[in-house]
Design a protein around this ligand. Structure first.
Ligand code: ATP
Ligand code: MG
Length: 390
């Protein structure tokens, strides 16, 4: 037995000029998601039809509900373009549903079909009334049956399942997400993917000060994000040496600011190397001392790559709400220390002075340390990681 799914595109339908590229990218993304499943896709400029085996229905729906660019999905029936077949199928569909009032909505893109949309709706409506005890209500019906008459056949469906919307991942190219084990950066990654930016993740690791569990936590978060993409890699930067040098050479209150400037320097260079157009991170204005506007300015000063901060203007509670929705929250709150929380000063500076950190940074050869760190980045392809990382 086969099932037919109708997939309606999201926001991309408003971008007329780019429509073809959008659809092509969306189609490619769906194909990657359905790898290993038997399916056939037919597409046109306004929607996509996917034929699958009935037994794969739940599996496929779950996957499609994580594909950005899909506005809605309907389980759909296809019949020949004749009014009797359409009427019988509509009655078949409605017989199994609980409702009192209904409405038929018809679209006819096949203008060779003998009668127009309004006439189809009224004929089929009449046929339903004859066969099922119910009423028509065009304003507030319990159920709407959609009939789309196209050249290749008539498609009939009633319940639309909401997709997650957004733009197909990859349509905007790639960004480098600074992914820590916290709550904010996975949410920032999700929001970037939603706007069509594919991500590569950069994680700063400070062994032995941070643990293998802390790294696995980051990999686990990347795994969850990968459900919305398909080929995420985590680039693990050996950060210990740099952190120890900062600790040795800096006054306490400047440690975090300088550490973040080093992270940005690495992200800047590495994003160019792996062809990411922007840096993405989970900074949120005012959340901690290193995220006051003044701190952000001095930290940002080391890079000319655009830095996008998707959660910059959100409250923590709003960010938490999204992290719960996308299922990263439970992993994010696991208590493994990150490199930002070790060596944490008692009073980190909120208004860092330019003169001061230049003076501190001159005390050690950070350029060499940065090059070494970049040369020794470990690249992990998330697709190949086991499921039980933690
Ligand atoms: P999150 O902000 O993700 O909840 P956090 O609060 O521990 O984690 P912050 O100290 O707020 O992290 O750091 C701000 C941002 O800097 C993070 O959202 C993340 O993008 C980046 N970042 C911090 N630590 C790391 C790290 N070890 N590796 C990669 N990026 C990091
Ligand atoms: Mg944070």
């Amino acid at each position: 037995m086969q099932k037919l799914l109708l997939v309606k595109y999201g926001e991309l339908t408003t971008k007329k000029g780019n429509r073809k590229v959008f659809i092509k990218t969306l189609c490619k993304n769906i194909e990657k998601k359905l790898d290993g499943i038997e399916y056939k896709i037919e597409q046109n400029l306004s929607c996509m039809y996917i034929y699958i085996n009935s037994s794969d229905l739940d599996l496929v729906l779950n996957k499609l509900l994580k594909v950005f660019g899909i506005h809605s999905i309907a389980i759909c029936e296809k019949v020949n373009n004749n009014i009797e077949d359409i009427g019988n199928k509509v009655v078949d569909i409605l017989k199994n549903k609980k409702f009192n009032t209904f409405k038929i909505e018809t679209k006819r893109s096949d203008k060779t079909f003998s009668i127009n949309s309004l006439e189809v709706s009224s004929k089929i409506g009449g046929y339903v009334l004859k066969n099922i005890k119910c009423l028509v209500d065009v304003h507030n019906p319990d159920i709407v049956v959609n009939i789309e008459i196209r050249k290749e056949g008539t498609y009939i469906y009633s319940d639309l399942i909401n997709g997650i919307g957004g733009y197909p991942v990859g349509i905007q190219g790639k960004g480098l997400l600074m992914l820590s084990g916290g709550i904010d950066s996975p949410v920032a990654g999700y929001l970037s993917l939603k706007r069509g930016v594919d991500i590569e993740c950069l994680y700063f690791e400070s062994l032995p000060h941070t643990s293998i569990e802390a790294k696995n936590k980051v990999l686990k978060l990347a795994q969850i994000l990968n459900e919305y993409s398909s080929n995420i890699k985590v680039h693990v930067v050996p950060f210990t040496e740099i952190q120890e040098q900062i600790y040795k050479n800096s006054v306490d209150s400047y440690i975090i600011t300088i550490m973040r400037r080093m992270m940005y320097r690495i992200a800047d260079r590495y994003s160019k190397k792996i062809k990411c157009k922007v840096i993405l991170n989970g900074e949120s204005i005012g959340q901690v001392a290193s995220q006051t506007l003044t701190s952000m300015v001095v930290i940002n000063e080391v890079t000319n790559t655009p830095v996008i901060r998707p959660v910059a203007c959100m409250d923590k509670l709003e960010i938490i709400e999204i992290s719960k929705k996308i299922n990263t929250y439970e992993t994010s709150i696991l208590p493994f220390e990150d490199c930002c929380t070790i060596f944490l000063p008692k009073h980190p500076i909120i208004n860092p002075e330019f003169k001061k950190f230049i003076e501190i940074e001159q005390k050690f050869d950070y350029e060499k340390l940065i090059s070494d760190a970049i040369d020794n980045i470990e690249i992990i392809n998330i697709k190949n990681e086991k499921n039980d990382l933690l």
